[in-house]
Unconditional design. Structure first.
Length: 336
């Protein structure tokens, strides 16, 4: 530990604590994670508590992750000790802290975050030996100064072996965000596992509800959410199906569906506007038509006043005269 100078505590999880530190060797900031419980590592030939995470991070040097590491979208490996691991520090705002302040995020912002996460997750999965992240949640997502979402803490990540059909050796993940298969006896976690975690994370960001609160989440899913479009809800619902076969088949498919949500929403909005415009035009036409007929009606009444009514009066006067003449004739005949 002579290599690092601890600056402040960043947070803690179930089994570890994280600190911001400076690497005296390079002068760069790093994140130091210490295991909480002892014995720490290496007893009976067992690997240290951060050995798997270190192995995962070292994979980033072998693969096409250079741009993600260079831009700080994911951390890179720095050092490993018997009770600690040091990784590059990813600066920015933690999404969990942002949620606490804002309560929930707007759909536009969540879509941007989801796209960023999908870029990272696809890079992890679309390689010769896929990496399953397994612990996607707001607390593990950092939004940097450029507004880009970054992924930290690969403590629960694992290498996916296609030929393996058994369950995961260790069940890891966070209750509420973890997929059913992460609790064991349903086969090893895979791409669909991260799809489930993504769906729960997006739902949590949109609603502000803690994913551990199953009752609140059920109520949110069963009712119409004012700040969530039906298109987004449809994507979320497909992500978080209990059965893996019912979820999206790939992260690429999820990405495609999320990218067209704004287009679908805009189209529906335009259709609604068009409907309002058409309704307004029809109403205007009806009023104009009515006004035109009103003018005709007024003209008819005016014509009646000026032409028809005088003519009727004239005819009535003639009829009255004829009746009078007939009456006079009848009276004279009666006198005779």
């Amino acid at each position: 530990m002579e290599r690092f100078k601890i600056l402040k505590k960043l947070g803690q999880g179930g089994n570890s604590e994280a600190f911001l530190a400076r690497d005296k060797k390079t002068g760069k900031l790093v994140t130091l994670k210490f295991v909480k419980k002892v014995p720490v590592s290496g007893e009976n030939g067992e690997p240290g508590p951060f050995a798997v995470e270190a192995a995962i991070l070292k994979e980033f040097d072998k693969r096409n992750y250079k741009e993600l590491v260079k831009t700080g979208r994911i951390p890179c490996f720095v050092a490993l000790g018997k009770d600690y691991i040091a990784v590059s520090y990813v600066p920015g705002q933690n999404l969990l802290e942002i949620l606490k302040k804002k309560r929930r995020l707007k759909e536009k912002q969540v879509i941007r975050i989801a796209k960023d996460l999908l870029t990272i997750l696809r890079a992890l999965h679309e390689s010769d030996t896929p990496i399953v992240y397994r612990d996607l949640k707001p607390a593990n997502i950092i939004v940097n100064s450029d507004g880009k979402a970054c992924l930290i803490d690969f403590g629960a990540a694992r290498l996916y072996k296609r030929e393996k059909e058994t369950d995961d050796t260790v069940n890891l993940g966070t209750i509420g965000y973890a997929a059913p298969e992460q609790y064991g006896s349903l086969g090893q976690s895979d791409e669909q596992t991260d799809i489930y975690c993504l769906g729960m994370t997006v739902l949590s960001l949109l609603t502000g509800i803690n994913a551990k609160d199953s009752d609140a989440l059920s109520m949110a899913r069963s009712g119409a959410l004012k700040n969530v479009s039906p298109q987004m809800l449809a994507v979320i619902e497909r992500c978080i199906k209990a059965g893996r076969d019912n979820r999206f088949k790939s992260l690429k498919e999820v990405e495609k569906s999320i990218k067209i949500i704004p287009l679908k929403t805009s189209t529906i909005r335009l259709l609604k506007v068009a409907l309002v415009v058409v309704t307004a035009l029809l109403t205007s036409a009806a009023i104009t038509f009515g006004a035109m007929h009103e003018e005709k009606a007024v003209q008819v009444i005016k014509d009646d006043m000026e032409v028809r009514i005088p003519a009727i009066r004239y005819r009535l006067s003639i009829a009255r005269q004829r009746i009078a003449d007939i009456a006079d004739t009848l009276i004279k005949e009666e006198d005779i």
